[in-house]
Unconditional design. Structure first.
Length: 431
């Protein structure tokens, strides 16, 4: 048991200590504000406050974990043995920066509470993040810091018990549009036909007619291929289906379509099926609950995992809505068009709600890359090089590498063969 002495135990303090030590490093931890208890402890121990008590392992604290609310914090990024860090400390600290405050800043998404300009979908821009601006978005810095801290603790306390995590890869398939032409109903199919005709899209017209007579030829119907690869490489694969009524940004097959419902049930026999929440549900908890309930009725089991349309996240309100709708896990944390670690970690973590100063009961899973972030690469080799660098960083810290692929992109003609790319990624990086 690692004992940590501090001058005050706050919700922020206990939250980040559990994440760093228990969830990332696999170390049991306890806290005390009593000097006598700390001195009597014979095992591994740390002091986290402004001044050391004796000659113990001391990390000088910033004020962030002992404050409430949001303040405009100036971030100055320094270098710690080749790794970016911030909240630098005095020389008598065992680390040159406050690892716990820096980790809290990234995991809580503190910067997303500060004033910023949102895009047309209400999203935080990666270019406004401290990680992007300082060139460490592609590094899971919280995990790297934690492991470097562990190395120093083991030098000081070689008998400390550590239960190291195991590297995991998860393939997420985003199904916001299950079929391009098939199962769309007479009115929508006719409207699409006339629109293609008016725009002289003769190739698309031909594809559309072929699919009408043979729905299995639909270009987005890659589900057989995906299940086959899941079995072949024995990967952890999850499907997120949109199950919503038609709207401006929600254009999937109707949830009342029997062919669509049968597809979802058949996928659920092989993989975990969860909800790709609709655009319309973003600010409407009742719609979110209804979509969750309707999908659960199709697969005859609870739906506990969510992903938001277009990776829309409004911290903390989105997570409050997901908690209200009784989701346990969310897989939206990441950027659509930038690879890397939005929260600075590859490990799942609970959302800390700064406005309420409490940990919300929903676990957040950061994805490392979305296929659309790699859409501009010129070859499979270029894509694999980018993914390899992410894989190597996550593998070093025994973290979780999560990829997002859409069945739409897999079924779209492109100068890169996306099916071959997908298979190459899961083949090379799933273990």
């Amino acid at each position: 048991m690692l004992l940590i002495y501090t001058h005050r135990i706050t919700p922020r303090f206990s939250y980040i200590m559990r994440q760093v030590f228990t969830r990332i490093l696999g170390i049991k931890v306890s806290y005390t504000t009593k000097v006598e208890d700390f001195i009597k402890h014979t095992g591994a121990k740390i002091t986290y406050t402004k001044q050391p008590l004796q000659n113990e392992f001391f990390v000088r604290s910033n004020d962030l974990l002992f404050e409430q609310g949001i303040n405009d914090i100036q971030i100055n990024v320094a270098d710690w043995e080749g790794v970016p860090c911030f909240f630098t400390t005095s020389e008598n600290s065992a680390l040159p920066f406050d690892i716990f405050s820096a980790s809290f800043y990234l995991l809580s998404r503190y910067e997303e509470y500060l004033p910023h300009v949102k895009d047309m979908h209400g999203r935080f821009s990666p270019k406004d993040s401290v990680a992007y601006q300082n060139g460490f978005l592609t590094l899971p810095v919280v995990d790297i810091w934690a492991n470097k801290l562990l190395d120093r603790l083991l030098e000081r306390f070689p008998d400390m018990e550590v239960k190291k995590p195991i590297y995991k890869y998860t393939s997420i398939i985003d199904v916001n549009t299950s079929h391009c032409f098939a199962h769309r109903g007479f009115t929508r199919s006719l409207a699409g036909f006339l629109l293609d005709l008016a725009n002289l899209k003769f190739k698309r017209l031909f594809e559309r007619v072929v699919v009408w007579f043979n729905p299995q030829k639909d270009p987005y119907d890659n589900f057989g291929f995906l299940i086959e690869k899941k079995k072949e490489y024995d990967i952890n694969c999850m499907f997120f289906f949109q199950f919503a009524m038609y709207s401006t940004y929600d254009k999937n097959v109707s949830p009342n379509n029997n062919n669509f419902r049968f597809l979802i049930k058949s996928i659920a026999d092989y993989c975990k099926v969860s909800l790709a929440a609709s655009y319309s549900s973003f600010n409407d908890v009742e719609v979110l609950r209804r979509e969750k309930k309707n999908l659960a009725e199709v697969i005859n089991r609870q739906v506990e995992y969510s992903r938001m349309r277009y990776n829309r996240v409004d911290v903390p309100q989105t997570y409050r809505n997901l908690v209200d709708a009784e989701f346990t896990d969310d897989f939206t944390m990441g950027y659509t068009h930038e690879i890397g670690f939005r929260a600075g970690t590859s490990f799942p973590f609970y959302l800390y709600d700064i406005n309420m100063e409490l940990q919300q009961p929903i676990r957040v899973h950061s994805f490392a890359f979305h296929d659309y972030a790699l859409h501009g690469e010129h070859s499979i080799e270029d894509i694999l090089d980018k993914v390899k660098s992410l894989y190597q960083e996550v593998k070093k810290v025994n973290g979780n590498l999560i990829s997002i692929f859409s069945n739409e992109l897999l079924g779209t003609e492109h100068h890169v063969d996306w099916k071959a790319t997908y298979e190459a990624i899961i083949k090379n990086y799933h273990v």
